[in-house]
Write a protein that binds this ligand. Structure first.
Ligand code: ADP
Ligand code: MG
Ligand code: ZN
Length: 616
């Protein structure tokens, strides 16, 4: 700023310098010579404009008048007739400014400076006041991409339940006349990606009432008390806008069981939760506010949240079954050009266990793949490849493996495949590959023919056999094992532990569960499992795990030894082509014989060295 001011001054000064300062005697002589055009008097200064356009400045004695001056110097009256004389008062604004500005300017600058400082401080102040306000977003009803129930496939029961809620809000009278109380809270439960957030937005789109949307984590702040005051503010806003819906996403961020915290940081969360409880209790029964919340961890929620009068309606969203998967795929395929031969049904068949979000992601991956191959439409090939990519991670064709490693991987995967094929209760093998994918060095993909929700002990034991088959084949053929089987072993172990401790499938230890799965968070780690059994039982569990694994391993080994020719044939094929599809595999191994037609399915049981995510 100072630089700018200095520059201005010097400019102004420059203008002034163009007028030449001259002495009185020169002025007089110029008048006498008749060279003067006009004289303007301003206090003691006179500005003289010459006929040739030049400007001069002359100072006269204070108190002297121009006419006195001229007569004193004996200037001829006749010479003065052609000269314009102008007397200007000294009190012009410019005069005062010129006189005062140099003093005033520094003060002005300081003043402006202080003003801006005050303003920013005040801004911070008012922001501090805003701190306790909730950042709830209100959905406007007429946005372009409004989501309605039409955009949510499947989850039929959930939609029905929510439609009822919407109905309540639209026509409260109808229900009140019959003495029905409007439900206060609806809790959406479901694993990640099942469409909880989507469904709530659809409710907002359908309801035609204001819809406040906030995420549980937005209550959480560094300072104690902020969360609670945000809750108060949120409900205050809601009460001004009745009827309305308040949606708290990921409520487990604040709604965890109280009193289980280690360390002090939990005070804040508990206060926030208490405030939510208080607010939900505080509604007058006739206020038309419905609180919706979503979580994927219902087990950690505080029981007080779940009692009648708070979240008394609980809507469970399951992972979609085959028909729903097809419907979800259809919804997400709406804006994508699919080739005519594409059958979304087949894609749905190959994706048991996929959530809605996985399916949306799958179609996106397929579109990306097609674009990278410069295609104009999406074909079946890309869709199937996208399925595998979403399931197992991207192919890593470039990973260099030695011929020896390739051979070991081939035997390992062929072992999985052959054992899976000849066990009566396992799912058919869909694909075997020794191309690295994600973290897996190779993989064997088995897919159930139908969705299934219950599994028997036999199926699980066979599953463990299949998991161990890779390891056992390596040992059988090469006489030793590699690190490639690590995750197979881990999964086999944890599966057999679960059979014993959770499912009561051990004959020795009987029908009870072992270990209380209680959740506490300490230093960011979840501490699981509280032992509710003795040291002696722990030992028995360990023994039982070993004996499950031994049995399963023996069964697998029998098949590996018996079907050695098939195994070798599969390995030869794998070494030559790296990937075998179901049809080719069954040409080598024969059609799969199942135990009974009505009991042959399970979840996606894929048995490569798999990423953790796929753990059953
Ligand atoms: P969450 O249950 O974890 O909140 P979201 O509602 O955010 O899951 O779902 C993620 C995405 O998955 C959605 O944006 C949508 O594209 C897709 N999706 C999930 N379920 C469905 C469904 N039933 N119908 C259509 N799309 C779905
Ligand atoms: Mg969500
Ligand atoms: Zn394996």
């Amino acid at each position: 700023m100072f630089l700018v001011v200095a520059a201005l001054f010097s400019l102004y000064g420059n203008v002034g310098q163009k007028t030449e300062r001259v002495g009185l005697e020169k002025f007089i002589s110029q008048i006498n010579a008749g060279e003067v055009e006009s004289v303007s008097v301003e206090g003691d200064n006179m500005k003289i404009t010459l006929k040739d356009g030049a400007v001069e400045e002359v100072k006269k004695e204070a108190g002297d008048t121009l006419s006195g001056l001229l007569s004193n110097f004996g200037v001829d009256q006749s010479k003065l007739t052609g000269v314009k004389i102008e007397i200007r008062q000294n009190e012009g604004l410019s005069f005062w400014l010129g006189a005062i500005l140099p003093f005033l300017l520094p003060f002005l600058l300081i003043g402006v400076f202080i003003y801006f400082m005050m303003r920013s401080v005040q801004g911070a102040n008012s922001r501090a006041m805003m701190f306790g306000q909730s950042q709830a977003k209100e959905f406007s009803k007429d946005t372009k991409d409004r989501i309605t129930f039409k955009d949510v496939a499947g989850v039929k029961e959930a939609k029905e339940e929510l439609l009822e809620v919407v109905e309540f809000l639209r026509h409260p009278k109808k229900f009140q006349e019959l003495g029905a109380r409007i439900p206060r809270g609806v809790l959406l439960l479901g694993s990640p990606g099942t469409g909880k957030t989507l469904l709530s937005r659809a409710v907002a789109g359908e309801a035609n009432v204001p819809f406040f949307h906030i995420s549980g984590s937005e209550f959480v702040e560094m300072f104690v008390g902020v969360g609670a005051s945000r809750v108060r503010d949120l409900f205050k806003k809601a009460k001004k806008n009745t009827p309305c819906i308040v949606f708290i996403d990921e409520i487990d961020a604040v709604g965890r069981k109280r009193g289980s915290g280690l360390g002090g940081s939990h005070d804040e969360r508990e206060q926030t939760l208490n405030q939510i409880l208080v607010e939900m209790d505080g509604f007058d029964p006739n206020t038309n506010i419905i609180v919706m919340a979503a979580t994927n961890r219902p087990d950690v929620l505080d029981p007080a949240l779940l009692r009648p009068g708070r979240f008394d309606r609980q809507v469970v969203l399951d992972n979609p079954d085959i028909a729903d998967r097809e419907a979800i795929l259809k919804i997400h395929a709406r804006k994508k050009p699919l080739s005519k031969e594409v059958s979304l049904r087949q894609v749905a068949e190959r994706t048991p266990g996929f959530s809605g979000a996985d399916l949306a992601n799958l179609l996106n991956e397929a579109a990306i793949l097609s674009a990278r191959r410069n295609k104009k439409i999406i074909q079946m090939d890309e869709l199937f490849e996208a399925v595998e990519k979403v399931m197992l991670g991207p192919e890593r064709k470039s990973r260099v493996i030695t011929q020896k490693e390739k051979k070991i991987t081939a035997y390992h995967e062929a072992g999985h495949a052959v054992v899976a094929h000849f066990m009566p209760h396992t799912d058919p093998v869909h694909k075997i590959s020794i191309i690295a994918r994600g973290r897996a060095g190779g993989y064997t993909l088995k897919l159930p023919t139908e969705d299934k929700h219950m599994y028997s002990r036999t199926e699980y034991i066979e599953e463990i056999s299949v998991l161990l088959a890779g390891y056992l084949t390596e040992r059988e053929i090469f006489g030793e094992v590699t690190t490639g089987a690590t995750s197979d072993l881990r999964r086999a172990t944890s599966l057999s532990r679960r059979l014993i401790t959770d499912y009561g499938m051990s004959n020795k230890l009987g029908p009870r569960t072992y270990g209380e799965k209680e959740e506490m968070i300490f230093l960011g780690r979840e501490i699981h499992e509280q032992r509710d059994y003795s040291e002696k039982v722990a030992e028995q569990i360990d023994q039982e795990i070993s004996s499950f694994i031994d049995d399963a391993g023996r069964a697998a080994l029998v098949i590996i030894k018996e079907k050695k020719e098939t195994l070798e044939a599969v390995v030869r094929e794998l070494m030559a082509r790296e990937t075998i599809e179901r049809g080719e595999f069954e040409k080598i191994a024969g059609a799969k014989k199942t135990a009974a037609e009505d009991e042959k399915i399970g979840p996606t049981k894929e048995v490569g060295h798999v990423p953790e995510k796929l753990e059953m």
